[in-house]
Design a protein around this ligand. Structure first.
Ligand code: 5RP
Length: 221
């Protein structure tokens, strides 16, 4: 149902990419559509350099002959284009449904402009989660216990009957937010625990958000 909306925002995002830019390339099915649309423009002569947020995005960009560069100290990415899992009225966002939250966050933090592509399912009144928490597998029992002490449920993310492993070699706990009144405060606390690398709560807010309303792309920021 949302496939067409994803395609529409992905194509509209092309207008944010200009010759000579360094472009952060997100991860997920919406961003995939954007990268697929970007490929032919690059092949036709558009000069950009991409910074990938996951190995899946590296593979896709390479297949489309989009040149990639690594992050470097002092580098400013002109624009990063990515999808999200949830966004509320204050533009607080949760990401990480695709398991790339850490690299996505670093690339977002190094970007001058951040554009989120959303279909209409992503808008919520309150961030309801789950909130992905990426952690070192050794710390799993510790972090689980700390969540249990706070009466918060969490599920270890699994893929093909095995724990899902991120590009950085970590695991992900998907944390229930129903008992959490302030996700920002909760995410900050969880991030302070030993063994936790990061959470899918993105402190960096987007500069632009594209979505679809009544079949048309709408820019809401
Ligand atoms: C990956 C992400 C994705 O951007 C997010 O899950 C949205 O994915 P999709 O575009 O497939 O709905 O954060 O870690």
């Amino acid at each position: 149902m949302y496939e067409q909306e994803k395609q529409l925002v992905a194509e509209a995002a092309l207008t944010y990419v200009k010759d000579g830019m360094i472009v952060g390339l997100g991860t997920g099915s919406t961003t995939e559509r954007f990268i697929e649309a970007l490929g032919p423009l690059v092949q036709a002569g558009l000069q950009i350099q991409g910074v990938a947020t996951s190995l899946a995005t590296v593979r896709l960009a390479e297949r489309l002959h989009i040149p990639l560069i690594d992050l470097e100290e002092g580098m400013e990415i002109d624009v990063t284009i990515d999808g999200i899992d949830q966004i509320d009225g204050r533009f607080q966002t949760i990401k990480g449904g695709g398991g790339a939250l850490f690299r996505e966050k670093i690339v977002a933090l190094m970007s001058r402009e951040l554009l989120y592509l959303t279909d209409s399912s992503k808008f919520v009144h309150h961030l309801s989660g789950p909130l992905p928490v990426e952690l070192d597998p050794f710390a799993l029992p510790y972090v689980r216990q700390r969540l249990r002490d706070k009466h918060v449920s969490a599920t270890l993310r699994v893929k093909d009957d095995r724990p899902f492993v991120t590009d950085g070699g970590h695991v992900i706990l998907d944390v229930e937010l129903s008992a959490i009144s302030d996700v920002r405060v909760f995410a900050k606390e969880v991030k302070s625990w030993s063994g936790v690398l990061d959470t899918g709560y993105f402190e960096r807010q987007p500069d632009h958000v594209l979505t679809v309303e009544e079949g048309k792309v709408k820019r809401i920021a």
